[in-house]
Design a protein around this ligand. Structure first.
Ligand code: ADP
Ligand code: MG
Length: 252
């Protein structure tokens, strides 16, 4: 029996809005009034120097840190009064470190959360894991340990694991930064496919090719504020601020 492929993106994408978000750690004002609008089915990339608050913005948007002020809305409705777990379940996250469980097989890594949190039976979760692995091109690796895979394959498993929870939004935080250069391409190709299928995504990345070629909007952060935001053409071809021009001249 052949394993089915499942669509990468959710059939009903949602929009995500962050409004005037503030967060400090002690005296360190890490987010100083950040606005972000990600329309349903679009991809926003977040670029900016190290320490500018990009990772913190993602963590605030899924309420791993509660914003000290501001609002977070999905499809125009504030989610700050809801249970944070509910929001986190709607948002899949992929980090620089893959964080796969080393003692479990690849398929079990993917099946775990759907069994525990979506209430799937063991067989259903296994079937879902195989279908998801098929979609990311790794179904033949279902029964091996993650450590036997390349970094790029492990990251694709981590993406499959996030997608198995049927998220409405995906966050990527420097998902390719820990990979050897030759492994970056496969992961970017998968992220590109996910964008093109119409997943709502927020992608923190140093991959300017992806930011420029795939994303609908780009947001440039520095020192906890959004310095510029717009289409890739606007930001890359015609940057307005000195700070963005300086940043681009370093990374391009
Ligand atoms: P980026 O992802 O753009 O490199 P971060 O969001 O990781 O930036 O960090 C922005 C600032 O927030 C840094 O000065 C960092 O030291 C600080 N910071 C991030 N997380 C924490 C934390 N959990 N506790 C204290 N300070 C933090
Ligand atoms: Mg970061």
């Amino acid at each position: 029996m052949s394993t089915p492929e499942v669509p990468l993106a959710t059939p009903d994408p949602v929009s995500l809005t962050g409004r005037d978000l503030h967060l400090s750690f002690g005296d360190n004002q890490v987010l100083r009034g950040v606005d972000i609008q990600v329309d349903a089915g679009t991809t926003t990339t977040v670029i900016g120097p190290s320490g500018s608050g990009k990772s913190t913005l993602l963590r605030v948007l899924n309420r791993l840190h509660e914003p000290q002020s501001g609002d977070i809305l999905i499809d125009g409705r504030s989610v700050l009064k809801d249970n944070p777990d509910e929001l986190r379940r709607r948002i899949g996250m992929v980090f620089q470190q893959f964080n796969l469980f080393p003692h479990m097989t690849v398929a079990d890594n993917i099946a775990l959360a759907p069994r525990k949190l979506r209430g799937l039976s063991k067989d259903e979760a296994r079937e879902l894991a195989l279908a998801q692995l098929n979609t990311v091109g790794l179904v033949d690796k279902a029964d091996v340990r993650p450590s036997t895979l390349s970094g790029g394959q492990q990251q694709r498993v981590a993406i499959a694991r996030a997608l198995a929870m049927a998220p409405q939004i995906m966050f990527f935080d420097e998902a390719t930064s820990a990979l050897d250069p030759e492994l970056v391409k496969g992961v970017l190709a998968l992220m590109t496919e996910l964008s093109r299928e119409g997943m709502t995504m927020v992608v923190v990345t140093h991959e300017m090719g992806y930011a420029r070629g795939v994303s609908d909007n780009v947001l440039f952060m520095d020192e906890g504020v959004v310095v510029e935001t717009g289409t890739p053409d606007q930001l890359f071809e015609d940057p307005e601020s000195e700070r963005l021009r300086a940043f681009l001249s370093e990374v391009l």
